[in-house]
Design a protein around this ligand. Structure first.
Ligand code: HEC
Length: 212
């Protein structure tokens, strides 16, 4: 009796092993599940600087004003001036090389497509990814218009979002001149990396570190 039970159990185990290993050979670690194309689409929302990846859609500032007032102005102000300590979205031209630079989407961001990407991905704060594609184009158009970058009736779309000329588009240094970044311009160094480091200043000297 025991012999039969043992034989039965070992046969089942053997069959299980065969099944698992055949399946596992296709899915090496047998972890999680394979994402469906629809699930991948949900994550694949990045929009590149040249507009590649921008979803088909459009909108202008005239239509954007209303929805901006409804879902953004509570934090960022009716005119992008920022309520309390929420970030400003408008203004700051010609301040980047001053002692108090005001970095906004208008003064600082190099690409309109990044505004699209960020807003669609992350805003409104606490309700991210609740905007439709067209609502996002409308809102980006409205913010660009408040920053005097496009006219209010300009129709922003997936076709032109990569071509909008932002005021600070040439303000970023490429290739990145920071010494440690050099390492990434070729084959990344993975061991015994000799990156020269020179400390040129300390936060304490410019008095930004709180005493306590
Ligand atoms: C509840 C408050 C709130 C609401 C509503 C809100 N935001 Fe924001 N927003 C924030 C906060 C907080 C940040 C900074 C987030 C961070 O730095 O991680 C931010 C950052 C941003 C930035 C980046 C600013 C910069 O220069 O770094 C943009 C652009 C922006 N929001 C646009 C929008 C738009 C458009 C809407 C409406 C669809 C919206 N936000 C709604 C709170 C809010």
């Amino acid at each position: 009796m025991f012999g039969l039970a043992k034989l039965f159990i070992s046969t089942v185990c053997f069959l299980l092993c065969v099944c698992v290993s055949t399946y596992a050979s296709e899915r090496q670690f047998y972890l999680g599940k394979i994402a469906t194309p629809e699930e991948v689409l949900g994550w694949d929302i990045d929009v590149r600087p040249d507009g590649l990846g921008a979803p088909v859609g459009s909108g202008n500032a005239i239509n954007g004003e209303e929805i901006y007032a409804e879902v953004c102005a509570g934090c960022h102000g009716d005119f992008g001036e920022g309520m309390d300590r929420w970030p400003e979205l408008v203004g700051g031209e010609d301040t980047l090389d001053t002692h108090d630079p005001l970095k906004t989407t208008g003064s600082y961001w190099p690409y309109a497509s990044t505004m699209y990407d960020y807003i669609y991905r992350a805003m409104p704060f606490g309700m991210s990814q609740s905007l439709t594609v067209d609502e996002t184009y409308q809102i980006v158009a409205f913010i660009l218009n408040m920053n005097d970058i496009i006219d209010e009736d300009f129709v922003l779309s997936n076709k032109n979002i990569g071509k909008i000329e932002m005021p600070n588009r040439d303000g970023f240094l490429l290739p990145d001149p920071r010494p440690d970044i050099d390492v990434f311009s070729g084959t990344p160094c993975m061991s015994d990396c000799d990156v020269p480091i020179t400390i040129i200043g300390k936060a304490r000297d410019i008095d930004v570190t709180p005493e306590d």
